[in-house]
Design a protein around this ligand. Structure first.
Ligand code: PHE
Length: 344
C-alpha cells in the first residue's frame, strides 16, 4: 500500500521540519511546500484516481486528517513564535516606568492672541457675538459699500495689497460689517476679530496686523451707547482709572465719527516718547453707522441706527505689555516669546 506509506512519511517529514522551524517565514515555506497547490500532499494524491472507490475513500480520509494535523501544528507553532518575538522585543526595549519624564517645554499663548481673546471676552460678556469674514476680500465689501469712493486715498496702491484675481487683502475688518448686515436683520451686535493687511512696515506698523471690529444696530441706538460700551471696554482692559477722550474724526462709513484716546499708560499724561509728549494715545476709531451704508445693505435708516468701532490689537498688546517694536511680535524669536509664559 504505497500511498499510505507515502502519506505517513510526509506527515513525519512535515512534523520534523515544523519542529525545527524558528521563524514565521520558515513556517510559511513549510506550509507551501507540504500543503500548497503544488505541494507534496497534492502530489501524492495525484494517483488517487487509479484506486478503487473504497481505497480512495480511505486514503482521502487519511490525507485530510494529516492535513488537519499539520495545520494544527502550524497554528500552534505560529502562536509560539509570535509570543517569543514579543517577549524578545519586550526584553530588548525595557521601559522603566519609574523614570521621571523628559522635560518638555510647555507652550503659551502669543501676546497678540491672548489680547484678542481678552478683548473678545469683554464684548461677549456684554452680549456681542463673534462674526468672521474672509481675509481675501472683494473691493466691493472692503471699500465701495463702506462708502469709500474709488478715488479715496485709502484705496491707493501704496496701502492696499491687490491680488491678480481682482481681489484684495482686506485692509480692515470693516467689510465684516457689510457682510453681516447683508445676511442678518437688526438687532445686530457683533464683533469681528481677524487679520488685516496694509503696505506698511516700521517700528509701529506691520504689513499684517489684527483688528477687532464692533457693530451694533437696533432701534434707538445713540452715541451715548457707543461711549458707554467703549468706556466699559477700556476700563476692563486698562483699569478703572484710565482717562478717556473722544476726539472728532472722519471715516467714510460713520457719521459722526470719532477717535478715542486714552491717557498715556507709560508716563501717566506728563508726556513721553511713546505718546510723543501729548499725554494721550490714540486707541480706536468709531462712529454712528452712516446712512449711506444702511441704504446700500437694505436697512431702513429711519427705523434703525447703529454704531461701529475698530481697533488694532497689536497696539493694545504693546501698551499692555510695554512692547516698543511691533516687529518683535512676528519674528518668532523665542527669547521674546518666552517672556509671555503665564499670561493666559
Ligand atoms: N476701519 C477703520 C480703520 O481701520 C476703523 C473704524 C471701524 C472706524 C469702525 C470707524 C468704525 O481705521
Amino acid at each position: 500500500m504505497g500511498l499510505k506509506e507515502d502519506l505517513k512519511t510526509l506527515k513525519e517529514e512535515a512534523k520534523r521540519s515544523l519542529e525545527k522551524a524558528e521563524t514565521l517565514e520558515t513556517l510559511n515555506e513549510i506550509r507551501v511546500s507540504f500543503l500548497g497547490k503544488k505541494g507534496k500532499l497534492k502530489n501524492i494524491l495525484k494517483s488517487l484516481g487509479k484506486l478503487s472507490p473504497e481505497e480512495r475513500k480511505e486514503i482521502g480520509q487519511l490525507a485530510n486528517s494529516i492535513k488537519d494535523e499539520i495545520e494544527k501544528i502550524l497554528r500552534e507553532k505560529t502562536e509560539l513564535i509570535k509570543k517569543q518575538l514579543l517577549e524578545n522585543q519586550l526584553k530588548e526595549k525595557k521601559i522603566d516606568i519609574t523614570l521621571p519624564p523628559a522635560w518638555i517645554e510647555s507652550g503659551s499663548s502669543h501676546p497678540v492672541i491672548s489680547t484678542l481673546i481678552e478683548i473678545s471676552e469683554i464684548f461677549i460678556s456684554m452680549g456681542f457675538s463673534v462674526a468672521e469674514g474672509p481675509e481675501i476680500e472683494e473691493e466691493k465689501y472692503n471699500f465701495d459699500m463702506l462708502n469709500i469712493p474709488p478715488d479715496h486715498p485709502a484705496r491707493d496702491m501704496q496701502d492696499t495689497f491687490f491680488l491678480n484675481n481682482g481681489k484684495i487683502l482686506r485692509t480692515h475688518t470693516s467689510p465684516v460689517q457689510i457682510r453681516t448686515m447683508l445676511k442678518n436683520k437688526p438687532p445686530i451686535a457683533i464683533i469681528a476679530p481677524g487679520r488685516v493687511y496694509r503696505k506698511d512696515a516700521d517700528p509701529t506698523h506691520s504689513p499684517m496686523f489684527h483688528q477687532i471690529e464692533g457693530l451694533l444696530v437696533d432701534r434707538n441706538v445713540t452715541f451715548r451707547d457707543l461711549k458707554g460700551i467703549l468706556k466699559i471696554f477700556l476700563e476692563s482692559i486698562f483699569g478703572k482709572n484710565v482717562k478717556i477722550r473722544f476726539r472728532p474724526s472722519y471715516f467714510p462709513f460713520t457719521e459722526p465719527s470719532a477717535e478715542v484716546d486714552i491717557g498715556c499708560t507709560v508716563c501717566g499724561g506728563s508726556g513721553c516718547r511713546v505718546c510723543k509728549d501729548t499725554g494721550w494715545l490714540e486707541i480706536l476709531g468709531c462712529g454712528m453707522v452712516d446712512i449711506q451704508v444702511f441704504k446700500d445693505v437694505g436697512i431702513d435708516p429711519e427705523e434703525y441706527t447703529g454704531f461701529a468701532f475698530g481697533l488694532g490689537i497689536e497696539r493694545i498688546a504693546m501698551l499692555k505689555y510695554r512692547i516698543t517694536d511691533i516687529r518683535l511680535l512676528f519674528t518668532g524669536d523665542m527669547r521674546f516669546n518666552r517672556q509671555f509664559k503665564g499670561i493666559r
